[in-house]
Design a protein around this ligand. Structure first.
Ligand code: AP5
Length: 218
């Protein structure tokens, strides 16, 4: 099972990916989490990544393609994966296809911009694990602390206006054509199965819709 989750920043890709990957027993591969880990580890990639991410713009395609292909070649990806945050451009999608990597499902979480802004301004994250909270919809048990480790939660540097708006602009410019690319592949070849889900609903309802769609089309 090879799944790609698409959707604007804050649409709930990470939130849904964790549960889905666990249920399907496949790794959740988030390029955003990998880059944030590189920043924590102060690698050369991390130093580059920080500059781009804090501005709300995409890293250059070659950097991301190399990082993701290396990850996908690991043993735990043999029987599938759930990609969250890659590909994000047509060039990245073509690099996957050129490497002979086939996607079974493209799931698009649809959430209006105004809801994204509300979600991201109240998101808090545990950087080391990628666990995500929301001050209203998904609060930690103890304010400001990760449920599992008790470590402090942070407000991501790219989760402040005007960077949120910049990320939304980048999404509409880059990812909308990518969705059309997959829809057209799906029409021509029947693969990947491409489907949209209303992401502007409670977390459990979105999860149920995604599972339902996979079952129906599987
Ligand atoms: P990345 O980390 O991938 O960020 P993103 O795509 O902008 O997505 P987010 O992590 O912001 O949101 P999400 O959809 O995962 O939502 P979440 O589940 O957290 O990328 C960051 C940066 O890295 C990019 O800007 C770029 O610079 C770089 N990058 C990464 N990949 C790249 C690539 N391929 N090419 C080039 N550059 C790349 O949920 C958000 C909040 O809402 C949370 O608080 C959550 O609790 C809450 N929530 C979730 N679902 C619901 C719901 N149904 N109802 C109410 N609240 C909800």
């Amino acid at each position: 099972m090879r799944i790609l989750l698409l959707g604007p920043p804050g649409s709930g890709k990470g939130t849904q990916a964790k549960g889905l990957a666990e249920m399907l027993n496949i790794p959740h591969i988030s390029t955003g989490d990998m880059l944030r880990q590189a920043i924590i580890n102060q690698t050369a990639l991390g130093q580059d990544a920080k500059r781009y991410m804090n501005q709300g713009v995409l890293l250059p395609d070659p950097l991301i393609i190399e990082m993701t292909q290396r990850r996908l070649s690991k043993q735990d990806c043999q029987s599938g994966w759930l990609l969250d945050g890659f590909p994000r451009t047509i060039v990245q999608a073509e690099a996957l296809a050129d490497a002979g990597i086939v996607i079974d499902y493209v799931i698009i979480l649809e959430v209006p911009d105004v809801a994204v802004i509300h979600r991201l301004s109240q998101r808090r994250v545990h950087l080391a694990s990628g666990r995500v909270y929301h001050l209203t919809y998904c609060p930690p048990r103890e304010p400001g602390k990760d449920d599992e480790t008790g470590e402090p939660l942070i407000h991501r540097e790219d989760d402040y206006e005007p960077t949120i708006q910049k990320r939304l602009n980048v999404y509409h410019a880059q990812v909308t054509p990518l969705i059309e690319f997959y829809r057209s592949l799906s029409k021509q070849h029947g693969q990947p199965k491409t489907m949209s889900v209303n992401g502007d609903a409670p977390i459990e309802a979105v999860r149920d819709s995604v599972i339902q769609l996979i079952k129906q089309t599987g």
